[in-house]
Structures are given as C-alpha cells and as structure tokens.
Design a protein around this ligand. Structure first.
Ligand code: G1P
Length: 287
C-alpha cells in the first residue's frame, strides 16, 4: 500500500498569533526566508509523497499564490538577470502537485480533514500540521512511512512533553511494543495534567487509514465545541489498531509566539549565510 497523498489543514484563524495573522495566514509567517508551510511541503516531497492537498479557508489565498507560478515576477527577474533568485522562485512552484479545497466553517481539525475526503479517496494518506516544524536528519514523514511498512495501519507521531504542558495536545494511553513504537489503547484531547493517561503527546504528523472519513462523520463536537481529530481517532482505535511512533528530531511549535521565536533562532544558527553574524549578535546580547 503506497502512500501518495498528504493533507495539510490550513484553515485555522491563527488566533495565537493575532494581530499578525489578521490579514496574513499563519502558515505564511516566515521562518528565516521561507513561509512555515513550505517546510512541511518540502518534508512531504523529501519523504516521497506526490500529492499535496491543502484545506484552506477564508483569507488564505496567499498560500495558493505562494505555490503558484508568478509570471510577472519571473519575467522581471529574467530581465534583471537575477538567475539565482529566479531559480529559487521557480523551485517553489515546481515543488509538488497541489490541490486545494476549502473548509467553509471553522468546525475543527477533524472536520478540516474530512473536507479532503473526495480528493483523498479510499487510500491511506499522510497529514501534516505545518505549525509543527521538525528539524530532523531523516524527514519525520519519511520515518513514519518506514514505520508504516512495519505496521500498515494508522500511525501517530508522538513525543514526550512535560506533564504541565499536556493540556496543549492530544495525549495517548499506550503500551510500548518496541524501541520507538507504542500500541495505542486510548487517547484524549487536551486533558488537564491530573486526567492525562501519559505524557506522550500527538505531534502534527499522522498516517491515517481512509476509514477515518466515515468515523469523522459520526464524531460529535468535543473540546472547544469542535470536531476533534483525536476524538475520531479514539473511535477508530476501537475498530482498527492504531500505533504511535516516537520520531527522531527537534520539534518546534511554530504556531505559538515563543515556539516560533525558538524555531527562528535555531534555524538561523544553522543557516550558512547568517549563522556567524547572528551567533555573534546573540553572544553580545545583555539580559
Ligand atoms: C492539534 C491536535 C492535537 C495535537 C496538536 C499537535 O491541536 O488537535 O491533538 O496534539 O495539534 O500540534 P492544535 O495545536 O491545533 O490546537
């Protein structure tokens, strides 16, 4: 069973980043010189996926424009003999095949995934939440696709988080079955620390079986009155095995101000063009 398609829910309002995200999609905030969503689209490509399906919503047209050809810009760069920049701009629009669909109402992550039902069809697919930027030697989705060869079933990327942070995540109850693998027994969306079954948090990379679509149609609104993917997965886990995979890599929650800053600093310190000067600047700071 080859996984070809990747769904990118990108319809959220980006409330954690207001007012910056009032007119700009949060997915378009730059990490150094590329918008956040481009990092996960590149991860999809590097992992061998072929089709990217972006679920957009109101005010998100900048995402489509970013991955489209920019005819005027390309002509201008050609006329000015800026071959390097032209190549970079062309690479973005040639990255991968894109399709778009819209989530008409902000009814939650589970509902956003369901919007991609007709574009995905009846095959397993990948999901990327582009807020979760993961710096990894082997792209995390590539690690997950390898895990899928071993466990051809729904797989959730997980990471241990401090107990006081569990209320930001979907948290699993699981039985360890290998060095990085767990069999999921149950899960809960954003529990209080006292109610959390573990500190294993779901991070924004999933491989989902197509049966999730039917299940999401039955899933009742949960936390925040939204149709939660975690609640849908919980129902799915009663009918099919679900596994969790502890990935290798450094993950930043770039949908949050502090996480976004941390990601920018860490990526800047790895960027050959700016790391020296930026490192010097950081060392010279007094606080
Ligand atoms: C979503 C999911 C949550 C998951 C998280 C990972 O929450 O609902 O289960 O742990 O992504 O980033 P959000 O961050 O969109 O509130």
């Amino acid at each position: 069973m080859k996984i070809r398609k990747a769904v990118f829910p990108a319809a959220g309002f980006g409330t954690r980043f207001l007012p910056a995200t009032k007119a700009i999609p949060k997915e378009m905030l730059p990490l150094i010189d590329k918008p956040l969503i481009q990092y996960s689209v590149e991860e999809a490509k590097m992992s061998g996926l072929e089709d990217v399906i972006i679920v957009t919503g109101m005010g998100k047209t900048a995402i489509e424009d970013h991955f489209d050809v920019s005819f005027e810009l390309e002509i201008l760069l050609k006329e000015k003999n800026k071959a390097d920049i032209l190549r970079m701009v062309e690479e973005v629009s040639n990255l991968i095949h894109f399709s778009y669909t819209r989530q008409k109402k902000p009814l939650g992550l589970g509902h956003a995934i369901h919007c991609a039902k007709n574009l995905v069809g009846i095959e397993p697919f990948a999901v990327f939440l582009s807020d979760d930027v993961i710096d990894a030697k082997t792209p995390v989705m590539k690690q997950m696709l390898k895990a899928f060869e071993q466990y051809p079933s729904t797989i959730l990327a997980v990471q241990r988080v401090p107990m006081k942070e569990v209320h930001h995540y979907g948290i699993i109850e699981a039985k360890k079955i290998g060095l990085r693998f767990h069999k999921v027994i149950d899960m809960v969306e954003k529990p209080l620390p006292k109610d959390a079954p573990s500190n294993l948090a779901i991070i924004g990379r999933y491989i989902l079986m197509p049966e999730i679509f039917g299940i999401l149609e039955e899933t009742k609104p949960g936390k925040g009155g939204e149709i939660q993917l975690t609640d849908g997965l919980r129902l799915l886990s009663k009918r099919q095995p679900i596994y969790a995979y502890e990935f290798e890599g450094d993950r930043y929650d770039a949908g949050d101000k502090l996480g976004f800053l941390k990601a920018n600093v860490c990526f800047a310190l790895k960027n050959p063009n700016i790391k020296k000067e930026f490192g010097k600047f950081l060392k010279g700071l007094k606080f």
